[in-house]
Design a protein around this ligand. Structure first.
Ligand code: SF4
Length: 201
């Protein structure tokens, strides 16, 4: 198949999957507005989305036994293609001894119009959710979600649900993008209110 951008790439020793550039947010710190690629990728901007068959074909070019983790991340929100993501994750979990993680903005339920957390059970080992800031108005101002201020509550609700189905759940903020007082508020939301791990990335 023709080159459409890097669908898989090696980043810091992990295998990363970039299956979509769709995203309902426009975060002011988004790395895709700063550079076109990460790791060993040439471009993470996809000329078009690969079909599921093409994703499997491209995955076959990689030696998965070399990696301890497959991470759905990329230049977009991976749960915008949740069905395809889970099909690939199931294949990998069935055939390889490798962990599967999703890096997400936590808006999967709104994107897919259904409760998605139960679908991750037994297929996804870890979910890293971008909390980004400490309330709905600030999230709207920083990340500009198409859902407006309601997005923030949805992210918290998704996190509450996903920790019932996925063993390793982390919320994160991007260091240097919000005041220290808000970082601490975020830490409390993640660890005290929601009972998940917290990371400043
Ligand atoms: S949610 Fe992620 S991909 Fe989307 S704009 Fe924000 S940082 Fe970029």
């Amino acid at each position: 198949m023709e080159y459409i951008g890097d669908v898989f790439y090696d980043y810091g020793g992990g295998l990363y999957a970039n299956i979509t550039n769709q995203c309902p947010c426009r975060c002011e710190f988004c790395i895709r507005d700063m550079v076109d690629s990460l790791g060993d990728a040439d471009s993470l901007w996809l000329k078009r989305e690969p079909s599921l068959e093409e994703i499997f074909e491209l995955l076959g070019e990689w030696n998965l036994n070399k990696y301890s983790e497959l991470v759905f991340c990329g230049y977009g929100e991976p749960t915008a293609r949740l069905d395809d993501l889970l099909a690939v994750a199931k294949h990998v979990k069935t055939n390889y001894n490798i962990k599967v993680r999703i890096n997400t903005n936590g808006l999967a339920d709104l994107l897919n119009g259904r409760e998605t957390a139960p679908e991750l059970a037994g297929v996804i080992d870890a979910v890293s959710i971008s909390l980004n800031t400490s309330d709905g108005a600030k999230y709207d101002a920083l990340c500009h979600p198409v859902y407006g201020e309601d997005a923030f509550g949805e992210i918290l609700e998704f996190t509450r649900k996903v920790k019932e189905y996925v063993p390793d759940v982390t919320m994160s903020v991007v260091g240097g993008t919000i005041p220290a007082v808000d970082v601490e508020k975020c830490r409390r939301i993640a660890t005290n209110d929601l009972g998940v791990k917290f990371r400043v990335r």
